[in-house]
Design a protein around this ligand. Structure first.
Ligand code: SF4
Length: 429
């Protein structure tokens, strides 16, 4: 089979993306739903040879994907997220599968010791903030490991959760990687019969009622007939650890001792973004708002940066300078250094109304109670608020309202002029 050459030299990135998407769509149509080995072979031998990692939890179903890996190439890199919270039986199972399947390149990924010391010194973050616990123990180590790869292989299946119900064999991620899901169409029964057919060893806890196995504190036994994943984060509104979220589903960064300052969709939420810092590298930062001037100077490096990034617009910046690159940014932060400086409103309107930017537009800087409705009118949907009275007003739902507009925006606001009788006419209407 011919190599699918997705690196089309000389094309601007968004055109390349369109071609990649087309390539992904046709790839998804090429394979029999159940032929996971063919999917894996296509990915490892043709699509991304030498540039693909396997990620495995070594949980209840992991032997199926790993058996397929062993058929294709026993030396493929297999990453195991060693969170430090696994059952001892899982660690034994890693050794069992390595030995039995002959896998020669299984690598354990550990969380950064500095993150653990800072955010989870007592080891109970899973209890108070499981999203952050998964972030430092799984997402961050995996992000670091897969940085050097063009894609990675997962063992996810459609039947597992409603969110996975449309999972294809090949996915294109927003950071320009390809995720390969050879088992996407396997049912629970298919997994069982595959294990039987090839005599694969069961996870030692499977027979004890653990049907989906992750970290020990967050995994429980499921009852007969219960959804196998019901035993994961039982009682919490959490279904994924976060390693499979793309930007729009980004989970919280570690939040221990972190104040919630981002107001979005009616609540203060964890902010996945960092501020740009002196010495940051535009080509490798992740979840950072890159100042517009830095972006212009380092455009090629930012476009080649594999991570989600945002853009920081200052009052004197001309957003038209980046109009062709807006789809590179997951979020745009508009700086209001003083409440008297209104230039950010114009930038927001240009981005949203004229340039059609669809991502998050957030206000940062001197964001005060009275400005929020005005900012919303200009297309700003998120607010980084540090002013305590403003925070309280937002939490209490007590925002100042304005209903007379001398400078209407969009198509729905009607100018009323400055004359008192015109204002009275609108007020009495
Ligand atoms: S599954 Fe639980 S213990 Fe493991 S990283 Fe996530 S929250 Fe922490």
């Amino acid at each position: 089979m011919a190599t699918l050459d997705l690196a089309v030299a000389g094309l601007r990135p968004h055109k390349r993306d369109a071609l990649r998407e087309l390539g992904i769509m046709s790839l998804n149509g090429m394979f029999d739903e159940m032929d996971g080995v063919a999917v894996l072979r296509q990915a490892t031998e043709h699509l991304l040879p030498g540039d693909l990692a396997i990620v495995s939890s070594f949980g209840a179903d992991s032997s199926v994907l790993l058996h397929m890996v062993a058929q294709v190439d026993k030396s493929l890199p297999v990453y195991f997220l060693e969170t430090g919270k696994h059952f001892p039986e899982t660690l034994d199972y890693v050794e069992t599968l390595k030995r039995q399947l002959g896998l020669t390149n299984v690598v354990a990924l550990h969380p950064d010791a500095k993150d653990i010391a800072r955010f989870d010194p007592t080891g109970d973050l899973w209890e108070t903030d499981p999203d952050s616990c998964c972030h430092i123990r799984k997402t961050e180590p995996l992000d670091e490991a897969v940085k050097g790869f063009g894609g990675w292989v997962t063992g996810r299946k459609r039947y597992q959760t409603a969110e996975r119900g449309v999972l294809p064999h090949f996915e294109l991620t927003s950071d320009d990687r390809i995720k390969v899901n050879p088992l996407a169409y396997f049912s629970d029964a298919d997994i069982v019969s595959y294990k039987l057919k090839y005599g694969l060893p069961e996870h030692p806890l499977y027979a004890k009622g653990y049907k989906s196995i992750g970290c020990a504190p967050c995994t429980s036994i499921v009852a007969e007939g219960e959804d196998p994943r019901a035993g994961r984060w039982r009682g919490l509104n959490k279904k994924e650890c976060g390693i499979h979220f793309d930007f729009n589903g980004a989970i919280a960064k570690p939040m221990a001792n972190q104040e919630l300052n981002l107001f979005k969709d009616g609540a203060f939420v964890a902010d996945p973004f960092h501020s740009w810092a002196e010495g940051d590298d535009a080509g490798s930062v992740s979840y950072t708002h890159i100042p517009l001037a830095v972006f212009v100077e380092n455009r090629d490096a930012v476009l080649a940066n594999p991570h989600p990034v945002g853009l920081l617009v200052s009052p004197a910046d001309d957003v038209m300078a980046v109009k062709g690159d807006l789809d590179r940014f997951s979020s745009i932060a508009i700086n209001f250094p003083a409440y008297t400086d209104g230039r950010g409103y114009s930038s927001a309107r240009l981005l949203v109304e004229r340039l059609g930017y669809k991502g998050e537009v957030r206000a940062v800087g001197d964001v005060l109670h009275d400005q929020i409705q005005l900012m919303r009118r200009c297309g700003i949907t998120a607010f980084v608020v540090k002013h305590e009275p403003t925070k309280k007003a937002l939490i209490d739902g007590k925002l100042a309202t304005v209903d007379i507009f001398y400078q209407p925006v969009g198509l729905t606001e009607i100018p009323v002029g400055t004359r008192p009788f015109l204002r009275r006419a609108v007020e009495n209407a």
